[in-house]
Design a protein around this ligand. Sequence first.
Ligand code: HEM
Ligand code: HEM
Length: 196
Amino acid sequence: MGRADPVRTVGRPAAVHEAAGAYTRTAIVLHWVLVAVIFTQIGLGWYMTDLPLGPVRSPYFALHKSLGLTAALLVAARIAWRLTHPPPPLPSTVPPWQARLAHLNHALLYACMIVMPVAGYLSAEFYKYPTRFWGITLPRWGWENETLNALFSGIHRYTSYLFVALIAIHVAAALLHAWRREGVVSRILRPRRTRG
Ligand code: HEM
Ligand code: HEM
């Protein structure tokens, strides 16, 4: 763990002092549950689009749509939590330019987490079948339209490439911080002991 912010830690017991530079338990659980869901979604997306046209594809598409809409709900919860619980300041060992790049990477990751399910849902809404959410048919307001379907499918596909690139950079940066023992990775593994 890097040097903690003196303003935030003065007068607190040692255990709290050490854990002050960490995310909350809720932020950590949402981060890792979404990592699992997003990795599954990307794998499933690539796998299912390579399958031959016909009935063999439909269970995979149905699962991808339901899990993708579940991801949208988790992302909404995560953003709501993030807006009310600011992240801890980075350790002072991280240079300001790296902190700025990390901030940009996180902002773009959030943008992809929003665009992916929204574009997927819109693409499905302008296709011939209604969208189902874990077996429940959702009310349909879209109509069959090849142009709109192709537009949102294209956004879904090209955003997924950007998403994978951003995730690769994010993971590489995390591994670099772990190797340098800067205490950045432990922020998203061990929750802070303070409230909030
Ligand atoms: C975090 C959420 C999601 C991720 C990470 C994700 C990822 C992907 C990926 C990587 C592909 C393959 C793209 C390609 O190479 O063509 C794909 C395809 C697809 N996804 Fe998603 N997806 C998500 C959410 C959704 C949602 C919510 C829906 C619909 C309700 C959806 C519907 C589709 C459909 C229909 C395809 C087939 C290709 C197309 O028509 O665009 N996805 N997805
Ligand atoms: C689907 C893949 C992933 C996505 C979308 C993602 C997204 C994010 C976002 C948006 C943040 C910023 C949290 C905030 O301040 O609100 C974050 C933090 C973090 N993530 Fe990930 N993450 C992913 C995978 C991973 C993996 C695999 C690792 C570990 C190798 C990791 C390690 C971290 C660490 C260490 C932080 C804290 C960084 C800091 O304190 O500034 N992430 N992640």
